[in-house]
Design a protein around this ligand. Structure first.
Ligand SMILES: [Zn+2]
Length: 387
């Protein structure tokens, strides 16, 4: 074997072992050896190098009386993290996330200003505050943006709710924090989080829709791969037409799902404000219980019917195994006795599952962090050698 091939194999093994740990959590060295399919001595070398790189620790094996060699448990180093940033219409979320999608810290800083300088300044100051006196090794920064982000260079093409257009956000935030940075569409990142750690774990063909204050986003995983499209904009289910000639949408068209089904409408119908969106499902259920609120029941049925149009189109085009609903769309689905896939082609809707997202409020922090973890996992030694 040439030394180049040996080097390539060594790096690939680091990547495979760290990826299993990231996706599945801590493992004994014996379990890792079985799952990854390496020899015992090769695995010993891989774990030793991951420990040397400061990414994992290995506990000393307990002495057992039984047969076979005892095996230490390999787990993530506690002091390695990435920064996650998610600007929204009314606040900036900043988090510290460890390997395995563990959210270590999460702050929501309210701000009425969403201009780029304010968001970057708030994010940088919050990161500095979070790290003060905490010996965490930060490997990079991931941004979840409610808008279209060009994957190649992290330029925000358009984020209408923030008022951003053609913003080189990755460059700006890297300059302000000194951290290597990446950015992508928020809904796509929330889906990546659910797909890796939540309701979509293990589902190879998945359609994901999320609704929040900034509208409706989405994405799809097909044959285990993220559907990106040519430049990274695929999966905008919020801008599929559910009512031709309907309400005007931010995107310039009309009758989009996002324009026809809005979180604010449902919140005001049950007397909640934007900060209470997490209680929407529960509040609607209370109001609809028994012979409850007929007006609300009609509104919910209408909005769920429009959601069903978008879902039916997605299902007929993509033939997913599961649909994952998040944010207020999950609340709407829970409140409405509407079969969202009932009108899809019979063979295509067979066996399909409609599920609620599982990661709650941490979804976007975990998803934004995935941008950095993906770079590390692809080549741990190379990533750390290239600061
Ligand atoms: Zn639209």
């Amino acid at each position: 074997m040439t030394s180049q091939t040996t080097e390539h194999l060594r790096r690939r093994n680091l990547s495979r072992v760290l990826t299993v740990l990231h996706e599945e959590g801590e493992r004994s060295r014996a379990e890792l050896t079985r799952e990854v399919g390496l020899s015992r001595s090769t695995m010993a070398g891989v774990v030793a190098e991951l420990v040397r790189l400061g990414l994992v620790t290995e506990s000393t094996p307990a002495l057992t009386g039984g047969a076979g060699r005892p095996s230490g448990v390999v787990r993530f180093a506690d002091d390695v993290a990435v920064v996650a940033v998610n600007p929204e219409v009314d606040a900036v979320h900043v988090g510290l996330v460890g390997l395995g999608g563990r959210v270590l810290k999460h702050a929501r800083i309210e701000t009425p200003d969403t201009d780029v300088a304010t968001v970057v300044g708030l994010a940088a100051a919050t990161v500095t505050g979070m790290l003060a006196g905490d010996p965490v090794r930060v490997l990079g920064l991931g941004l979840a943006i409610p808008g279209q982000v060009r994957m190649r260079d992290g330029v925000v093409r358009q984020a209408t709710h923030l008022g951003w257009s053609e913003v080189p956000i990755v460059e700006e935030v890297a300059k302000a924090t000194g951290l290597r940075s990446w950015a992508a569409n928020a809904a796509t990142l929330a889906m990546r989080a659910e797909s890796r750690f939540g309701a979509g774990k293990g589902v190879a063909d998945l359609v994901y829709l999320i609704g929040g204050a900034s509208g409706v986003g989405g994405g799809a995983v097909m044959a285990g791969r993220l559907l990106t499209g040519a430049a990274g904009y695929a999966g905008e289910f919020g801008h599929t037409v559910v009512r031709p000639g309907g309400a005007a949408c931010h995107c310039g068209a009309s009758g989009c799902l996002e324009a026809e089904v809005e979180q604010a409408t449902l919140l005001s119908a049950v007397g909640l404000d934007a900060a209470e969106a997490g209680r929407l499902g529960e509040r609607m259920a209370e109001r609809l219980a028994g012979d409850g609120d007929a007006e609300l029941a009609a509104l919910v049925a209408e909005k769920a019917g429009l959601l069903a149009v978008a879902v039916r189109n997605a299902v007929n085009v993509l033939n997913p195994q599961a649909i994952v609903l998040s944010g207020f769309l999950a609340a709407l689905h829970g409140a409405a006795p509407v079969d969202l896939v009932g009108d899809a082609v019979a063979a295509i809707r067979e066996g399909i599952e409609v599920r609620d997202a599982a990661l709650g409020e941490e979804q976007l922090m975990i998803g934004a962090a995935e941008l950095v973890w993906a770079e590390l996992l692809a080549d741990p030694a190379g990533f750390l050698a290239d600061p």
